[in-house]
Design a protein around this ligand. Sequence first.
Ligand SMILES: [Zn+2]
Length: 168
Amino acid sequence: MSDVIKMERELTSEIVSSFLRYNRLPSDQVAPLISDIHRALVGLSKSDSEPKTPAVPIRKSVTSNYVVCLECGWRGKMLKRHLSAAHALNPDKYRAEWKLPRNHLLTAPAYSERRSAVAKELGLGRRSKVKRRAVSKPSKLVRVARSAAGRTPKIASRQTRRAVSKRR
Ligand SMILES: [Zn+2]
């Protein structure tokens, strides 16, 4: 018999006997009382001694390209929406549930970097002045994107020429 089971039985008999010392109970209700108390104690020790196992080890739940839900193993670029939709958890509750540090990432680092880079390119989050400057002097990335879209054929042809001359 394991120590836990032994302790559960000892506690059950202690609780039952002290209950019966102060309460009158018909004899046919003593057995149900014992099993009720025992069941409650087993339930307590189970929830204490068997913590939830994460779907993946916590240190493997954040990679640069995706993050993994510890509740179910779902992986994606962002956990926040998944947590509330699938588990009715907000980031704070989720971190508390798994005892995660406050800085535990819920968004894949590569994704948030890309997003902030794109946001800067588009002048999002900042208004007027910055936006106008961004429009008047597009960065290389924007120029390349535009030339790929065929809006500035000059750059595209210059690049094509450069590519051709390299090949020679
Ligand atoms: Zn999940």
